[in-house]
Design a protein around this ligand. Structure first.
Ligand code: T3D
Length: 263
């Protein structure tokens, strides 16, 4: 399938979705929303994909909404931004969270507005040293969307969350890693190799266990301890019957590397 605004491939268990409007820092227009939606639907139906890498082409990851699509002239009817969120950004963020495979956000450059929060919706975020995260919303009279007001306080605590949202300052990738907003920041020259290695590792991992880990971690944000231990019990019961668990234990006992099939 050929897309106008993204590239989407899958090889060796690694699906890779690259936002590809570099001249606009990969900001979202209607076509990009449609392309991403289509690619994620294809991915959801693809049993061979064991990890998704989400990244951007050129020097940016994603600058959020394409503002050239937003007319604010006094004599023109304004776009309904709530409608845009309901139709586009909400399903996108929820689809990334719902995917049964890990999503690796490979933040190659600036991630701003909804672009920053789409990165935060990924399960693991690795950023190049030259990348940054900008809650650009207040700069243009909006509030963080695409889950920003949900992710930021949970990941950073209220002080840093509010600081980023109210001030709209650029947070360098190094500081994002120090603050625990992302998994890791790596030197620009090592970025591609690091992303490829992480993706290959995740694609070779026990996929069913990764799915349960992702789902359990998400549930933990609202569960009580007892509910969470019950969830762990049920998930562990299921995983205990998987082929990958048998392989993992056999490989450990035989002192060899496991060969997980994702079953
Ligand atoms: O509307 C709805 O549907 C509701 C939902 C909204 C979700 C949102 O995401 S609202 C927030 C929208 N995004 C922003 O406000 C970010 C705007 N961009 C920036 O603040 C800066 O561009 C960056 C901090 C991201 C990067 O700065 P810098 O100095 O590295 O690059 P630049 O020179 O500003 O941008 C490079 C080009 O990309 C430039 O075009 P030009 O001059 O070379 O022709 C710039 O206009 C363009 N660009 C960057 N971001 C956007 C954009 N064009 C359209 N929309 C953008 N969001």
């Amino acid at each position: 399938m050929t897309y106008q605004t993204i590239t989407y491939t899958r090889a060796d268990g690694v699906a890779r979705l690259t936002l590809n409007r570099p001249e606009r820092l990969n900001s979202f227009n209607a076509q990009m929303h449609e392309d991403v939606r289509h690619a994620l639907a294809a991915l959801e139906a693809d049993d061979e994909a064991r990890v998704l890498v989400l990244t951007g082409a050129g020097r940016g990851f994603c600058a959020g909404q394409d503002l050239s699509d937003r007319t604010v002239a006094p004599d023109v009817v304004r776009a309904d931004l709530g409608e845009s969120i309901e139709r586009h950004y909400k399903p996108l963020v929820l689809a990334l969270r719902r995917l049964p495979i890990p999503v690796l956000g490979a933040v190659n450059g600036v991630a701003a507005g909804a672009g920053a929060n789409i990165a935060l919706a990924c399960d693991l975020v690795v950023a190049a040293r030259s990348a940054s995260f900008v809650q650009a919303f207040a700069r243009i009279g909006l509030l963080p969307d695409s889950g920003g007001t949900w992710f930021l306080p949970r990941l950073l605590g209220p002080a840093r969350a509010l600081g980023l949202a109210l001030l709209g300052e650029k947070l360098p990738a190094t500081q994002a890693a120090e603050w625990g907003l992302i998994w890791r920041c790596v030197e620009d020259e090592d970025f591609s190799a690091e992303v490829d290695a992480l993706a290959a590792g995740l694609a070779a991992a026990p996929t069913l266990a990764l799915r349960q880990i992702k789902q359990a971690m998400q549930a933990a944000w609202h569960n009580t301890l007892q509910q969470q231990i019950d969830l762990e019990r049920d998930a562990q019961r299921e995983l205990g019957y998987s082929a990958d668990y048998a392989e993992g234990v056999a490989a450990f006992m035989a002192k060899r590397e496991p060969r997980f099939t994702g079953r």
